[in-house]
Design a protein around this ligand. Structure first.
Ligand code: NAD
Length: 355
């Protein structure tokens, strides 16, 4: 049986989903698409032979949808997601971030548990081949106890990007580089580094005219004693440079680099002389017309919704909360001007609340 999916939000992110669903036609059927912009809904409806709606509630009332693919502006994930779970009782595949506030994220997780509905967030970089291998090496103790986890991403987003939709770069609907592009890296920080004890951050808005930040630098102390750093920016000019994770353990080191943590640039272990054989198949994501990790992640999510087969990299329910807690903590620290110790009370962080 094909999984019946309804898409809410037919924007840029959903365009990629559309192309992936077109290749998965033996597994999925898109029965409805909804966007407040009728032209976007029509574009998707034509490409997928699905009915177009401008009111997503109307679509959910009329179509036999099992799973909703939610690709709305980030600030709407919480509010609309809650409605989908509570009022319409549908499984939910939500683009990252799960929500912009911890309160809404917990509400989504609790509703999914209460109604026994699956809730998956798209953090496709967990499916990057070098990430899979380094995670495995860390878990097997091959790198020893973690000492340093350093993440740097230097990307370029100009004013035209922020002007392309009125929600981009606003505190209420998006946040800045940390919450928008950086939520993948915050997720990687907790995925590889574990629980967090405290954070300290500074941020600023340097090269574009937006409410939120385009550069944030953070210092992290993990509960396991390791230290972490994050440099998150969309201020690289004239173009994107890289996104890199440096892992130093007591018994080995690794650097996952490339444009988006997609290539293993360095690996060395005290107990393994020849690492080539160990990493051969995991060195770099292969080229894929739809984006390798996005394709693999979405296909695996579909298998999870259809058959309950959960691949270890799939981020289900509350697994999306630690990265949001890290993002909130870093913003809270930058606003307070001092370190924030976990768990913490949020009173200065503007993410999801507006100025
Ligand atoms: N996983 C990734 O790497 C990745 C990449 C890009 C974007 N995203 C995420 O995807 C989400 C969407 O981003 P985008 O770049 O596609 O944004 P976008 O602005 O291109 O698309 C959003 C769409 O939602 C529609 N919309 C807004 N309010 C609506 C409503 N109430 N009902 C129905 N439709 C409505 C808009 O008309 C628009 O077409 C964001 O949360 C973003 O963080 C994830």
């Amino acid at each position: 049986m094909k999984l019946k999916i309804g898409i809410i939000g037919c924007g840029k992110a959903a365009e990629r989903h559309l192309k992936i669903y077109q290749t998965l036609q033996d597994k999925v059927e898109i029965v409805g698409v909804a966007d407040i912009n009728p032209e976007r809904a029509k574009l998707f409806s034509n490409a997928l032979s699905a009915k177009a709606y401008t009111d997503f509630e109307e679509m959910l009332k009329r179509e036999p949808i099992e799973v909703v693919d939610l690709s709305l502006p980030s600030g709407l994930h919480g509010k609309v997601g809650k409605k989908i779970l509570k009022k319409f009782r549908k499984h939910l595949l939500v683009e990252k971030p799960l929500a912009l506030t911890l309160k809404e994220a917990y509400e989504l997780v609790n509703l999914s548990k209460q109604y026994n509905l699956k809730l998956v967030t798209i953090f496709q970089n967990r499916a990057n081949l070098p990430v899979i291998k380094v995670k495995e090496l860390l878990e097997k103790g091959m790198l020893g106890n973690l000492i340093l986890l350093s993440i740097k991403f230097y990307w370029c987003r100009r004013q035209a990007y922020y002007d392309s939709a009125n929600w981009r770069g606003t505190w209420a609907q998006d946040g800045g580089v940390l919450a928008q592009q950086g939520c993948h890296f915050a997720d990687m920080m907790v995925y590889l580094g574990g629980k967090i004890e405290s954070v300290f951050a500074r941020m600023g808005t340097f090269l574009v005219n937006i409410e939120a930040e385009d550069l944030l630098v953070g210092l992290i102390k993990f509960k396991n004693g390791a230290l972490g750093t994050i440099e998150a920016t969309t201020c690289a000019r004239p173009k994107d440079i890289k996104a890199e994770v440096v892992i130093l353990g007591e018994k080995g080191s690794a650097i996952i680099g490339g444009f988006n943590m997609n290539r293993l640039d360095y690996i060395a272990m005290e107990e393994v002389v020849n690492t080539e054989d160990l990493i051969r198949e995991y060195k770099e994501n292969p080229n894929h017309p739809l984006g390798y990790s996005h394709f693999v992640y979405l296909s695996s999510a579909i298998d999870f919704f259809r058959e309950g087969l959960k691949h270890p990299f799939i981020v289900e329910g509350e697994e999306a909360i630690p990265s949001l807690e890290l993002i909130t903590g870093l913003y809270e620290s930058a606003e307070r001007g001092k370190a924030v110790f976990f768990p913490f009370r949020t009173y200065k962080c503007k993410l999801g609340k507006g100025v």
